[in-house]
Design a protein around this ligand. Structure first.
Ligand SMILES: [Zn+2]
Length: 281
């Protein structure tokens, strides 16, 4: 009886070994690139309760490259590279926009051209996240149909920003259906988590890194350092209740996973990541 038990335990241990070898996580790398800077002369628009009226803030506008053995994903594409030619940047209302280094030039540091990128996806469809979308015409666009409908509705087509992303309409696309998570490579390493409210299909990206652990790239759920603790909702927002529910969802996810939370526009969060071309892995 004892021998049988020992044999059974040995077999179970062997089976366990085999499983853990099969489940070895893929080597994923996360690169944070600066894809523009935004100086805000009056941040009033970032809180509908007036919290930030009259305040000036400096924001970063990153793009993230996720390199997975099965392909490269670009998460957000920043301000347009064309801005790089405007030495003093451009001013749009309270926003002073500049582009110190082109996205294409940064990819070249990794010996990549825009045509090498396999997948592109955006936290949401505001101009500071879609600026270089048209460069990635060879990529498959991962998109929530609600966000896509919002981007190509008649009012959006009439907007001055439309030309910066209109090419996406003809990209190869994969729809993020329903309200669940979207597992980009099918192995749990890179997941688009739906967090609607700021726009109809706003989403965050969860990247599970082998050494650094889980990282949440939280799009524009919180624009400023103070936005997270104060749970502020921007004046430019499609659904207030949804936005607050999405904040709760991400806070719960962060607590459950111990993830590193990156507020994409917050300079100190960006500065805490390895300086490009170094990667987090
Ligand atoms: Zn933004």
């Amino acid at each position: 009886m004892k021998r049988i038990l020992v044999l059974a335990i040995s077999l179970a241990a062997l089976a366990g070994c085999g499983q853990s070898a099969e489940r070895k996580p893929p080597e994923v790398k996360l690169y944070a690139m600066e894809c523009g800077r935004i100086h805000v002369t009056d941040a009033d628009a970032f809180a509908d309760d007036g919290s930030f009226a009259g305040q000036a803030h400096d924001l970063v506008d990153p793009c993230y490259l996720i390199r997975h053995p099965d392909g490269d994903l670009l998460w957000d594409s920043g301000l347009p590279d064309l801005l790089n030619e405007q030495v003093d940047g451009v001013t749009q209302g309270p926003f002073q926009l500049s582009m110190p280094t082109k996205l294409a030039a940064q990819l070249a540091q990794l010996d990549l051209a825009p045509g090498d990128i396999d997948y592109i996806s955006f936290s949401h469809s505001h101009f500071d996240h879609l600026g270089n979308a048209a460069l990635f015409v060879s990529a498959t666009w991962l998109v929530d149909p609600d966000e896509r409908a919002h981007m190509f509705r008649p009012e959006a087509r009439a907007d001055a920003q439309f030309a910066s992303y209109s090419a996406l309409e003809n990209f190869r696309q994969r729809a993020i259906e329903g309200e669940g998570d979207f597992d980009v490579f099918g192995d749990g390493s890179v997941i688009i988590v739906q967090t609607p409210g700021h726009t109809p299909g706003h989403a965050i990206l969860r990247v599970n890194l082998t050494h650094a652990g889980p990282v949440l790239l939280t799009g524009d759920l919180w624009h400023l350092t103070e936005s997270r603790a104060r749970r502020t909702v921007p004046r430019f927002n499609t659904d207030r209740a949804q936005t607050l529910a999405s904040m709760d969802k991400v806070e719960a996810l962060a607590r459950a996973t111990g993830a590193l939370v990156i507020r994409q526009h917050v300079p100190q969060d960006f500065a805490g990541l390895p300086k490009f071309p170094e990667a987090l892995n």
